[in-house]
Design a protein around this ligand. Structure first.
Ligand code: DQQ
Length: 483
């Protein structure tokens, strides 16, 4: 049963069962946040893709709603309702999304904008509204439209790639959302550096710059490009990885009514390094995929994209423990005693002193045979999630993933770590985020340990909270296929 599954998150959003992938159609409508997502109601594998739907008032507690979009037999989305976005068309919540095979762009709108749940959606009779990629361009992929309003027109970018040259973003304009004119490439990448096709573009102003998020094939990691948007072309000045923890993919950003630029990404499974066995393991679990916690994005003074947890999540904090001035030396006993849990938030400030490495282990078995280590390397300022011993099962992905972080001016490193079943999210104070999936085998792999090697370090302060489940179980119902 999914509910008894120690790997199943309890405070991140996921549907009651089956497969989910990309976030879609993020919109705050009359105060309520609506999350749509790629969903297969027929099992825990990618296929028969619908748009699932959930709503929240507080960005923490979600309510499952019926499926919003299902493939229409004989329609342009008969083989799948692929990713897309939501926007406000003059008072009517509206979607633009990709129908497959072939890949074309389609419209749908809310039947009743006054329905607080926005449960019913109708597709445009003129679908597809963009029936083909630009004439003369040999593309690989043509999907995942992202729409915005600029001056008196609608603009839409579609993810694509020019065969043999690299991923690109195609820019369209329309006055009525139905008739679209291809303008030009918003920008193009380089095959060797940024892959052959760019999925899931999200494009928005941030401060005095523009940011383009792309999910390039075959890199399977999300890139952000920061630059200038002028005359309908985007000139990137900086490129970086959004979250290099190994599972974050296909994110979408939205502006909320408070003016925050919020970001959601799909956390894919890593149950087995071999794809067919990963698929089998997902089917056996009965569920696959979870949404990363929403974060607020901003640009740092030196132009990096920073991700930070929302204060809303603090509402889930339960039983609390705290410590101060913990000295760490190689081989010393764990200063955290019997701290343990599979659904935790941990916050700490590390003074690495003269230690070579400081580490925090989570999901650790009492004998240490299983553990996921978050490691800070003082000399290189690298932060790692080390999954080498995260599972006694030899199947799961166990690679070490990391990023260079910037310690504070006093040399300390602030960390917030969220553990939720198989999800480990690590946020450094400089805005770096690393998210990994881990699958311990032992039910007692719940311990939290602190240690150092190659010298003496100190944790100046540390807090730990048990995190409450977001699901009032009685309210959790399987969505039905609607529309
Ligand atoms: N997932 C969708 C596509 C998108 C891909 C299909 C990215 O629209 O390109 O489920 O994960």
């Amino acid at each position: 049963m999914a509910e008894a599954d120690q790997h199943r998150p309890t405070y991140h959003f996921l549907p009651p069962s089956n497969w989910m992938n990309d976030p879609n159609g993020l919109i705050q409508w009359r105060g309520r946040y609506h999350l749509f997502y790629q969903y297969n109601p027929n099992g825990a594998f990618h296929g028969t893709i619908h748009w699932g739907h959930a709503v929240t008032d507080d960005l923490v507690h979600w309510q499952d709603l019926p499926v919003a979009l299902a493939p229409t037999p004989d329609g342009p989305d008969k083989d799948g309702v692929y990713s897309g976005c939501a926007f406000d068309n003059n008072g009517v919540p509206t979607f633009m999304y990709t129908g497959v095979r072939p890949q074309v762009q389609c419209l749908a709108e809310a039947v009743d904008p006054n329905d607080p749940d926005l449960v019913a959606w109708q597709k445009h009779p003129g679908n597809p509204v963009i029936a083909d990629s630009p004439a003369g361009m040999q593309v690989e992929g043509f999907r995942d439209p992202f729409v915005w309003r600029e001056a008196d027109d609608w603009y839409c970018v579609v993810g694509s790639g020019v065969v043999g040259e690299g991923g690109n973003i195609l820019l369209y304009r329309s006055s009525d959302l139905v008739t679209w004119e291809y303008l030009n490439e918003l920008c193009r990448g380089d095959l060797a550096e940024t892959g052959r096709m760019w999925e899931c573009p999200s494009f928005f102003a941030l401060g005095d710059k523009h940011v383009l998020l792309i999910s390039p094939i075959p890199m399977v990691k999300v890139l952000y490009l920061v630059g200038e948007y002028r005359d309908h072309r985007f000139t990137p000045e900086r490129i970086g990885i959004v979250d290099d923890g190994g599972c974050f993919y296909a994110p979408q950003a939205m502006l909320d009514e408070r003016g925050r630029r919020l970001l959601w990404g799909w956390l894919r499974e890593g149950r087995h390094v071999e794809t067919p066995k990963n698929v089998e393991a997902q089917k056996a679990a009965g569920w696959s995929g979870v949404m990363g916690q929403p974060t607020e994005v901003s640009l740092t003074a030196d132009g990096r994209l920073a991700l930070r947890p929302l204060s809303e999540l603090e509402a889930l904090r339960g039983a609390h423990s705290s410590w101060a001035d913990l000295d760490l030396t190689e081989g010393a006993p764990n200063p955290l005693g019997d701290l343990a849990g599979g659904h935790l938030e941990l916050g700490l400030t590390i003074d690495p002193g003269d230690a070579a490495e400081v580490w925090l282990s989570v999901l650790r078995s009492p004998d240490g045979a299983e553990e996921t280590r978050i490691v800070y390397d003082r000399a290189s300022s690298e932060l790692w999630i080390d999954r080498a011993r995260a599972s006694l099962d030899p199947g799961p992905v166990r690679e070490r993933r990391g990023a260079t972080v910037q310690p504070g001016p006093d040399g300390t490193l602030g960390l917030r770590v969220f553990v939720d079943g198989s999800v480990v999210e690590v946020f450094a104070a400089d805005g770096t985020c690393l998210t990994s999936r881990v699958y311990p085998t032992r039910t007692d792999s719940l311990g939290v340990w602190l240690g150092a090697q190659g010298g003496r370090a100190r944790v100046q302060q540390m807090g730990a909270w048990e995190m409450q489940s977001i699901w009032p179980e009685a309210a959790r119902v399987m969505p039905e296929v609607g529309a």
